[in-house]
Write a protein of this length. Structure first.
Length: 195
């Protein structure tokens, strides 16, 4: 029984990792992240096939041309992408495949044939998002400003095209938002437990 992949999106600081880690703790054998391809060099400690598939640029360009990717994007000088095979490999294991992508990636995947569930996780307001990003303390001031700018632009775009997502989870109270996430994927979660 194949589970529908989840395309998870939302601003940096909105709570994607928090909600997903909680779900992975409660259901340790139910989820798997798809492994993306990238042309960037591995950082110390990163492993091919675990963190990314590190790929030569010419090879990756050829794969893109051959339509092997569900979505791909350029960040800085490097190419990144999610291959169809990476998602299929997880589907075969019976787990729920999780794709954590930015808004542009969501739109690209929508244009593919993937039968996914599109979930947006966002903070209630930009002010609260800012507070959480500062409290998390993982970014410098400049990076926080950049994330907030992105969040504001994306928010305006999403408000115009809310149908892009099957569910928009407002991460106000964590337990409530978590429950909404679990309720949304309940049917597939049950399949993973029956294996
Ligand atoms: N409902 C909540 N109430 C209060 N704080 C929260 C809530 N959800 C998440 N947080 C906190 O907000 C911060 C941002 O959450 P998190 O790191 O999960 O965001 P993210 O969407 O995964 O961001 P990124 O895309 O940068 O990885 C974290 O410090 C987290 O502990």
């Amino acid at each position: 029984m194949v589970c529908r992949p989840i395309v998870l999106s939302g601003p940096s600081g909105g709570g994607k990792s928090t909600i997903l880690s909680k779900a992975m703790q409660e259901y340790p054998n139910s989820f798997a992240f798809s492994v993306s391809h990238t042309t960037r060099q591995p950082r110390p400690g990163e492993q091919h096939g675990v963190h990314y598939y590190y790929t030569e640029r010419a090879k990756m360009e050829e794969m893109i041309k051959n339509g092997e990717f569900l979505e791909n994007a350029k960040f800085g000088d490097n190419l990144y992408g999610t291959s169809k095979k990476a998602v299929e490999d997880i589907e075969k294991t019976g787990k729920i495949c999780v794709l954590d992508v930015e808004l542009q990636g969501v739109k690209n995947i929508k244009n593919s044939h993937l039968d996914a569930r599109y979930i947006l996780i966002r903070a209630p307001t930009l002010q609260i998002l800012e507070q959480r990003l500062r409290a998390r303390g993982t970014e410098k001031e400049e990076a926080i400003a950049m994330r907030l700018k992105h969040a504001k632009e994306d928010r305006e775009e999403i408000d115009k095209t809310p149908h892009l997502f099957d569910v928009i989870i407002v991460n106000d109270d964590l337990d409530r938002a978590y429950k909404e996430f679990i309720d949304t994927i309940q049917e597939d979660l049950e399949k993973t437990l029956k294996k």
